[in-house]
Design a protein around this ligand. Structure first.
Ligand SMILES: Nc1ncnc2c1ncn2[C@@H]1O[C@H](COP(=O)(O)OP(=O)(O)O)[C@@H](O)[C@H]1O
Ligand SMILES: [Mg+2]
Length: 295
């Protein structure tokens, strides 16, 4: 078999309203890799488990040179694990994708230099949780409630809660849906920023890591002044703490110009920058292939 790379799409349920954008960025990145002379096999996470298209050929035959993936559910990641164990490079590494689950992301970022909102992970069972603890400082409403595992997959997964009564109701609904833990989080007022990054600073790579940001639409902007260089460095620190190489996320610029990271995700859709991002992702994948196969 000709040396090839394996790419995996995101699960449809994890792309609410972004199915097309999520598919396009993976497909376009793959096209750029092919243009550099490599074969690329693209699969959906569902296909990984199917008999006739299963991962088996990649496990018993020549392994791919690299796996690049947008899927994020535990079952798909588990199926891919033997390839990573065999030494196949992954972008993003499997552990870093698991680290974006909120119950891991929050402690990892809290232990880093990155500033995040005060947060507390609690059981959704209201008899266990009672009230948000005073030390959290989120006793004053509104606060955010977010499912503690995966990112937003449907309405109710991430909600701004105006009062204690609404909190009890939201906890009950999430508990009823089988979501055992939730994050309660301080609301940080300010300008909402979206950021994107590709690469790792200091990765012995001729190109600087790629970084873009923009103000989220649908908000009344105050345009609090802040340092763009600081934003770039903080988001790269956040990515490094999680282990991500292709990522995006949300940050708030507070009235004091402080940068507070709200969220970081593995391999977003890069929709506003699709063309540019696809070619930069492909360059990064090829860098990782060459680096990892060098004698
Ligand atoms: N602590 C917070 N302070 C202010 N706004 C927040 C906070 N948490 C979430 N938000 C808002 O809600 C959006 C979704 O939250 P986020 O944590 O990014 O979850 P997800 O991306 O999984 O939906 C953010 O982009 C931001 O607009
Ligand atoms: Mg987000």
């Amino acid at each position: 078999m000709i040396p090839y790379l394996l790419g995996i799409y995101r699960e449809q349920q994890h792309s609410p309203g972004r199915e097309f954008d999520d598919t396009e960025i993976l497909r376009l990145a793959a096209k750029h890799v092919e243009a550099a002379g490599y074969q690329v096999h693209l699969k959906t996470p569902e296909e990984l488990g199917e008999i006739d298209t299963s991962l088996n050929e990649h496990l018993v035959g020549p392994p791919p040179l690299l796996v690049f993936l947008m899927c994020e559910r535990i079952d798909a990641l588990g199926l891919l694990e033997p390839l990573e164990t065999r030494g196949v490079p992954f972008v993003n590494p499997l552990g870093s994708i698991l680290n974006t689950y909120r119950d891991r992301m929050i402690p990892l970022l809290a232990a880093s230099e990155v500033s995040i909102p005060r947060s507390q992970i609690i059981s959704s069972n209201s008899s266990d949780s009672g009230r948000p603890s005073a030390h959290l400082g989120v006793d004053s409403f509104p606060i955010w409630i977010k499912r503690a595992d995966v990112h937003n997959t449907q309405s109710g997964d991430v909600e701004l809660i105006p009062s204690r009564e609404t909190l009890q109701k939201a906890l009950g609904t999430l508990h009823h849906r089988g979501i055992s833990h939730v994050v309660l989080q301080q609301h940080v007022p300010g300008d909402l920023i979206k950021f994107y990054g590709i690469g790792r600073p200091g990765a012995a790579y001729q190109e600087e890591p790629w970084f873009r940001w923009f103000y989220h639409r649908d908000q009344e902007l105050s345009r609090h002044p802040f340092s763009e260089a600081a934003l770039e460095s903080v988001t790269q620190q956040a990515a490094a703490a999680i282990g991500l190489e292709v990522y995006g996320g949300d940050a708030i610029i507070t009235p004091a110009g402080e940068i507070v990271v709200i969220d970081i995700n593995a391999w977003p859709s890069f929709a506003l920058f699709r063309e540019e991002a696809a070619s930069r992702i492909a360059a990064w994948l090829l860098h990782r292939v060459r680096k990892d196969t060098r004698p």
